[in-house]
Design a protein around this ligand. Structure first.
Ligand code: SF4
Length: 66
């Protein structure tokens, strides 16, 4: 599974990295990082990643199931 944060949509609510800190990181201004880059998700973190993606109020996170 892969996931991508759309940098144009992310407004820094922080739900993604609160729910899946192993996958999503945070920059100095509170935005998710990396942005606009496909992130490989380890199998053990897939459920938390889906949860984080669903929780994003901006719909900024795309999940690509493998
Ligand atoms: S929850 Fe959405 S808007 Fe908030 S930091 Fe994560 S990607 Fe950005």
């Amino acid at each position: 599974m892969k996931v991508k944060v759309d940098g144009a949509l992310c407004t820094g609510h922080g739900r993604c990295y609160s729910l899946a800190p192993e996958v999503f990181d945070v920059d100095d201004e509170g935005y998710s990082e990396p942005r606009d880059t496909m992130i490989d998700v380890p199998e053990e973190h897939e459920e938390a990643t889906r949860h984080g993606a669903r929780a994003c109020p901006e719909g900024a996170i795309s999940v690509v199931e493998s």
